[in-house]
Design a protein around this ligand. Structure first.
Ligand code: GLY
Length: 429
């Protein structure tokens, strides 16, 4: 590890991922002064928060300079793609997260698909379109189910898994003709549908060196039994036992290392998180997407399982000193059940007062995502995904029982959560 760790760290973002990152960074033996911009009500309870929006690049650089911050950790994808890390580096402030050229791996699904195909990394066949008619003709050839993806960033909503050709055609028209995602949807990918278990592989990358974090599984659909529209993620658990050590070695060999090498070969000096969404198909693991930041809510279950100093890991990655790092991981299971506002991912209310239980089960924490304080200082719902009840225990069953006990005790009028987080693994014979 790099010997002198930063004594002050600014974390950028305001979601559950950032709250989990704050908790983890606070455990560093370096005991850094932690700051967050803009943060949420839960983060503000733990560290100083500053009202600078995550997409205000000049404002964030100015804040880091004013507060004499020694290291910046960037949570969400938007500031990365807007060049926050480039701007911080120009100002001489070390930061964790890719520069804009690396963030393009998330900001453009077409760019990523071209890299995957060029370097023969397993992924589904796809067509790239900017016009409706050729896209509809391609749909006719490929049939349904089929996946339609807006090229650009669309807050997790730009992917439609169409079960019928009619649904696929509507998605194509919405994106290319209806401007549903603005410029993010002016170019689309139409990709063959893959089937199997989906898994999230978070990799801390520093040029050609990397460390794979504990493997997790997300629940993307809003409803129990994986029904209804896609969301940012309704719950996670780790470890994902479906990824056996042998399968992880294969994923590393066929996907992680080739991806890291491909990115470097493209001339991108990538120092940050490469989050690889993988489908475990009958023919082997295959890449669904790259993201260039920690997953949300994957981070909420991955970080509590890491015993190593997480600040030291990110600092080493940012400085190009990652080679030889070994991660110390707890054998325990972690789960996160997301509490959303009823109506999410479409329209949902804001402002409902949240009442928290006085006591939580052991090793259980309530991670804040979309929360704020109202004028009288009460904590209220302020986003689609509001809280993440996260628990760690020797088994997934015990962790789930703890997290769900906390879910029941939290009071708020528009509370919604899935009842089956972890069920796939818990019900496996
Ligand atoms: N949970 C999926 C994501 O962070 O994109």
């Amino acid at each position: 590890m790099a010997n002198k760790l930063p004594s002050s760290v600014l974390l950028v973002g305001s979601g559950g991922r950032e709250h989990a990152l704050v908790k983890s960074l606070a455990l560093s033996p370096a005991k850094p002064r932690l700051l967050c911009a803009p943060g949420n009500a839960g983060i503000a309870h733990e560290v100083a928060c500053f009202p600078v929006a995550a997409d205000n690049i000049a404002g964030l650089v100015a804040l880091a300079q004013k507060e004499k911050v020694e290291f910046v950790v960037v949570g969400p994808e938007v500031p990365l793609s807007l060049g926050l890390v480039d701007a911080l580096m120009k100002a001489g402030i070390p930061a964790y997260g890719p520069k804009a050229d690396g963030a393009r791996l998330e900001a453009s699904k077409v760019f990523t698909k071209q890299i995957l195909l060029k370097y023969k990394i397993p992924t589904a066949p796809a067509g790239i379109f900017t016009e409706v008619e050729p896209a509809l003709a391609y749909l006719q050839k490929r049939g349904a189910p089929i996946v339609i993806k807006a090229d650009g960033l669309a807050a997790g909503k730009g992917v439609v898994v169409a079960q019928s050709l009619a649904e696929a055609e509507a998605a194509v028209r919405d994106m290319l003709a209806g401007n549903k995602f603005g410029s993010a949807g002016s170019q689309i990918l139409i990709e063959d549908c893959m089937f199997g278990d989906e898994t999230s592989i978070l990799v801390v990358v520093s040029d050609r060196d990397y460390v794979i974090l504990p493997v997790s599984q997300d629940h993307k659909r809003i409803g129990d039994g994986d029904t209804g529209p896609n969301t940012g993620g309704m719950g996670t658990y780790s470890p994902a036992e479906v990824v056996t050590p042998a399968l992880l070695a294969r994923i590393d060999r066929e996907i992680v290392k080739p991806s890291v090498d491909a990115i470097a070969a493209e001339g991108i000096a990538f120092r940050g998180t490469l989050f690889i969404g993988i489908m475990l198909t009958a023919d082997g693991p295959s890449v669904l997407e790259y993201n260039t930041r920690f997953g949300d809510p994957e981070t909420q279950v991955v970080l509590p399982r890491i015993k190593s100093d997480f600040l030291a890991l990110l600092w080493a990655a940012a400085r190009g000193e990652l080679r030889g790092q070994i991660l110390d991981v707890r054998p325990d299971a972690a789960i996160c059940v997301v509490i959303a506002a009823k109506g999410y991912p479409d329209n949902y209310p804001k402002g409902d007062v949240i009442t928290f239980p006085a006591h939580l089960p052991p090793q259980t924490s309530i991670i804040h995502a979309g929360t704020a304080k109202n004028a009288t200082g009460q904590i209220v719902m302020n986003g689609g995904r509001v809280l993440g009840d996260t628990a760690l225990a020797p088994t997934l069953r015990e962790a789930a029982d703890r997290a769900y006990a906390a879910c029941e005790q939290i009071q708020c009028a528009s509370k919604y959560y899935r009842r089956d987080i972890g069920a796939r693994q818990l019900n496996r014979p």
